[in-house]
Design a protein around this ligand. Structure first.
Ligand code: NDP
Ligand code: MG
Ligand code: MG
Length: 330
């Protein structure tokens, strides 16, 4: 079993006297910055002029260029989109790293796949909440926390893990539990989870279920409710009570059908595909493709996004959600 750290295992004083620069003020950035500030940590923000800059100022932060923020801080958390981190690091962060500084990440991609290679005299640390940024902030304000992973890739000061735990404390994660991992494990499992299950797997499951009903002549609105809308209710039950609890809540008919048909839909072929996806992640094939796609200006990515946005499932769903006043779309 993984060791889980809680409040009593962490000590915020490891961040005392230090300035934390949060680079980026998007989903993760705004949440880390505001939670740390509420925990009494000195936080500044590093950005380029634009929407996020204005928002961070409105929220009362001192905002600087990335260069200037990196210069002023001893702890630098890079919360930019993964595909931009290498360039921003090379051009605006690298030269401002002093001996004993700490470089933080919320995802291990750029360190694990050696896009960023920090000097050996700084700590390299991961502090990655296991949830979207808006939840990281909301749950903190409610007095709780979103669990997080920490990892130390490079311990130049001998204090990197203490610092990681202090940071996790500051963003509220030790209220929920903090697991120690490695950059390799976090990167590979995060990519696998989002590709095979959470994003890729679930989206395809929904799309194919919807399409199967449509092709058989059923009404799109009915297909939408069965294959997409109700997913949330099932996932909420799984989240709160596990598979067993979910199955307690559904009918015996549904539970029997679950056992009989689930393995027919996700069977040997899907298991083999999952293994292949994992192999591509582990041997760097996926990373290489993603990096190349970004270098070419993302032609395939942009086209794919357009196609996915215009499919019938999305059109039907948008109309139905408009009528469902209880569904908040924030
Ligand atoms: P977002 O896309 O939400 O935010 C990116 C931020 O970076 C924006 O504030 C943007 O500002 C700023 N930015 C973009 N380009 C530059 C630039 N060239 N110079 C300065 N600032 C720039 O990112 P996320 O929060 O989603 O992701 C950040 C990290 O967190 C990633 O490593 C990701 O893998 C990780 N992560 C994300 C999770 C999530 O829930 N989203 C969950 C766990 C980890 P502007 O308004 O100017 O574009
Ligand atoms: Mg991810
Ligand atoms: Mg039903």
């Amino acid at each position: 079993m993984a060791k889980i750290y809680y409040k009593q295992d962490a000590d915020l004083t490891h961040l005392q006297g230090k300035t934390v620069a949060i680079i980026g003020y998007g989903s993760q950035g705004h949440a880390h910055a505001q939670n740390l500030r509420d925990s009494g940590v000195k936080v500044i923000i590093g950005l380029r002029p634009g929407k996020s800059w204005d928002q961070a100022e409105q929220d009362g932060f001192d905002v600087f260029t990335v260069d200037e923020a990196a210069k002023r801080a001893q702890v630098i958390q890079i919360l930019l989109p993964d595909e931009l981190q290498k360039q921003v690091y090379e051009e605006q962060i690298k030269d401002h790293l002093n001996e004993g500084d700490a470089l933080f990440f919320a995802h291990g991609f750029n360190i694990h796949f050696e896009q960023i290679i920090p000097p050996s005299n700084v700590d390299v640390v991961l502090a990655a909440p296991k949830g979207p940024g808006h939840l990281v902030r909301r749950v903190f304000v409610e007095g709780f926390g979103v669990p997080a992973l920490i990892a130390v890739q490079q311990d130049a000061t001998g204090k990197a893990k203490d610092l990681a735990l202090a940071y996790a404390q500051g963003i509220g994660a030790t209220r929920a539990g903090v697991l120690e991992t490695t950059f390799k494990e976090e990167t590979e499992t995060d990519l696998f989870g989002e590709q095979a299950v959470l994003c890729g797997g679930v989206s395809e499951l929904v799309k194919n279920g919807f399409q199967t009903l449509l092709e058989a002549g059923y009404q799109p609105e009915i297909a939408y409710f069965e294959c997409m809308h109700e997913l949330k209710l099932i996932v909420d039950l799984m989240y709160e009570k596990g598979l067993t609890g979910m199955r307690d809540s559904i009918s015996n008919t549904a539970e029997y059908g679950d056992y009989v048909s689930g393995p027919r839909v996700i069977g040997d072929a899907s298991r083999q595909a999952m293994k292949d996806v994992l192999t591509d992640i582990q041997n760097g094939t996926f990373a290489k493709k993603f990096i190349a796609e970004n270098e070419q200006g993302r032609p395939w990515f942009a086209e794919k996004r357009k196609q996915e946005q215009s499919q019938e499932l999305e059109q039907v769903g948008a109309k139905l959600r408009e009528m469902m006043v209880w569904v908040e779309s924030k």
